[in-house]
Design a protein around this ligand. Structure first.
Ligand SMILES: [Zn+2]
Length: 386
């Protein structure tokens, strides 16, 4: 049905052996040395197969981000991936890559080393059949799992140059749904100051910071509005020094998820504006949004293109919304058409039973290759495919 599909099928053995190699290299976000080493393996593969150019974005704390670049012309198609995983050094020695039936297991295989290689092989397929009339850039992030603190400005810079962004994060569910909207994320820290006192001698002179914190937690959790898709989760709380001391200090950390910028603003104002309930207690909140929401408008047109391609490749493609965030949140917030969840089909991101379905790899890679070709040949926003 498709030259691209045939080409990728013929490459499956090579892709799977690259996957085994890459999964067996630990790449915790916090270890620059390990991430840089694994990155070199991907770069070597790219240069052997494709001979494009490699650009480094040097980082001191995290691994260097890398842009693998093919083609020339005006316009750019951006493929977003990350090589870092949530797993610590030593994890792959305990649980190396393995196959069981039609599934492949290993730390970070689903989120998202398989997707990274799908991006590389899709580029390979495109370059083998077309002289790319646009720049095709595979951006490999190294700090995605901690919210992309060092990479965000570079991702945004690449997105601004791009006509379309394809994010190779895992698909959702057994049918591999694409993620056409994602919630935005906020992180806040609440600090409470009370007045410490002896619990037996002068209880009445104290102001218990933990009591104040309890009021605040109930208020903050109460901001959750499922109908609007907004949630507040106080995930960590601590305070106090001894059981016989009226606690003078307490603190909590919370996570906010929202579907629209309007909700982000409304709830950020409420959270930052909390006031104490107990007389003489003090509360202070710091923090804010770390990822904007990916609203569905950014994905609509690309998803409408992807569905018929999937149909021609022989599978049904569906879409869904998710509360999890990705680097696609940044690119979509800049109004750059963004389609996310184009990576592996499987299950268990950040979990011990993480796996990918072997049968899906070739088809999803072919879907991506076709999307790249269409984005090169048919500008978005022309209405031809609407
Ligand atoms: Zn991921």
């Amino acid at each position: 049905m498709s030259q691209l599909l045939d080409f990728i099928k013929a490459q499956q053995g090579s892709l799977l052996s690259d996957l085994e190699h890459l999964v067996n290299l630990d790449t915790p976000t916090g270890s620059k040395a390990l991430v840089d080493q694994a990155m070199q393996v991907v770069i070597d593969r790219f240069q052997q197969q494709l001979g494009g150019t490699v650009e480094y974005i040097r980082q001191e704390k995290y691994g260097n981000q890398v842009k693998l670049h093919l083609g020339k012309g005006t316009g750019q198609i951006l493929l977003m991936t990350h090589i870092d995983t949530v797993w610590p050094e030593g994890e792959t020695a305990k649980r190396p890559f393995r196959q069981e039936g039609g599934r492949l297991y290993g730390p970070g295989i689903f989120d998202m080393k398989c997707g990274l290689l799908q991006g590389l092989y899709a580029m390979h397929a495109v370059a083998a059949h077309y002289a790319p009339a646009k720049n095709i850039v595979l951006f490999i992030n190294t700090d995605e799992e901690v919210g992309s603190p060092s990479s965000r400005p570079w991702i945004e810079e690449e997105a601004r140059k791009s006509d379309a962004v394809f994010v190779l994060e895992p698909a959702l569910g057994p049918s591999g749904k694409l993620k056409t909207s994602r919630k935005g994320v906020g992180r806040f820290t609440l600090e409470v100051e009370g007045v410490s006192a002896h619990s037996g001698v002068n209880h009445s002179e104290g102001v218990n910071a933990l009591e104040e914190l309890a009021h605040q937690i109930l208020f903050l959790q109460g901001l959750t509005d499922y109908e609007k898709g907004s949630t507040v989760n106080v995930g960590i709380a601590s305070g106090g020094t001894a059981v016989n001391v009226v606690s003078g200090q307490a603190r909590a950390q919370l996570d906010l998820r929202i579907e629209t910028m309007e909700e982000a603003e409304r709830l950020s104002r409420s959270i930052l504006g909390v006031s104490p309930v107990l007389p003489n207690a003090k509360v202070r909140v710091t923090g804010g949004m770390i990822r904007p929401p990916m609203e569905r408008t950014a994905s609509r047109e690309l998803f409408a293109r992807a569905q018929p391609i999937a149909g021609r490749l022989g599978f049904v493609l569906e879409e869904t919304a998710t509360g999890g965030a990705s680097d696609g949140n940044f690119t979509a917030a800049l109004n750059v058409p963004t389609l996310d969840g184009l990576g592996a089909v499987g299950h268990g991101a950040h979990a011990l039973d993480e796996y990918v379905e072997i049968d899906s790899i070739v088809l999803r890679t072919a879907l991506l290759a076709h999307l790249i070709v269409e984005a090169m040949e048919e500008p978005l926003g022309t209405g031809t495919l609407a």
